[in-house]
Design a protein around this ligand. Structure first.
Ligand code: 5GP
Length: 193
């Protein structure tokens, strides 16, 4: 019998996770990646200054506005948005390469970007993470001490608009207890495989 060429890997799944700043998406996703190593997290580009402890190329690709605008002009971003005074965007090439090689990819992005992805990848699974309440969100944003009072206010204002859009997403999770939210998210992702 002739040797048949190996079948190409089936493409990976694209998962968009959105929720207001401070809702705990980052912690949830870090835990998810340990539980489900088949997923990769896309590293975004941003014009925001690095926070203490953030690592270039791991947390974000930090850059100035001209460089970010050049990426937009060259079509190198899958989606991008301005959020609370800074630009954020998803580098296109690594996501496409990972999906093509059968790897599933998570995008942790805000609402405008999630809408762009849904338009160009209608099969993407979208999950919205809700806070138990706006008051809890405010306490979490203030408690992490990473942003100025003005930045916290801008993020809370954005949160109100984002939460109103939660029903647009395929699934919603209220992040009250991290372990409960994690098992809910894992169940959603494994259910879709
Ligand atoms: P932070 O400054 O707190 O790291 O992120 C602010 C917001 O930007 C968060 O809601 C985060 O999900 C979102 N964000 C991070 N990377 C991207 C990206 O590549 N594209 C878009 N549209 N939003 C992003």
């Amino acid at each position: 019998m002739p040797n048949l060429p190996a079948a190409p890997p089936s493409p990976g799944r694209l998962v968009v996770i959105t929720g207001p700043s401070g809702v705990g998406k980052g912690t949830l996703i870090r835990r998810l990646l340990k539980t489900c190593p088949e997923f990769r997290l896309s590293v975004s580009a941003t014009t925001r200054a690095a926070r203490p402890g953030e690592v270039e190329g791991t947390d974000y690709f930090f850059m100035d506005r001209p460089r970010f605008e050049a990426l937009i002009e060259q079509g190198q971003l899958l989606e991008w948005a301005e959020f609370a005074g800074n630009f954020y965007g998803t580098p296109r090439a690594p996501v496409e390469a990972q999906l093509h090689s059968g790897q599933s990819v998570i995008l942790e992005i805000e609402l405008q970007g999630a809408r762009q992805v849904r338009r160009c990848f209608p099969v993407a699974l979208s999950v919205f993470i809700l806070p138990p309440s706006l008051e809890v969100l405010r306490q979490r944003l203030e408690g992490r001490g990473q942003d100025s009072p003005a930045a916290v206010a801008a993020r809370l204002q954005a949160a109100v608009q984002e939460i109103a859009a939660a029903p647009e997403f395929d699934r919603q999770i209220t992040n009250d207890d991290l372990e409960v939210s994690l098992s809910h998210l894992v169940a959603i992702l494994r259910d879709q495989s």
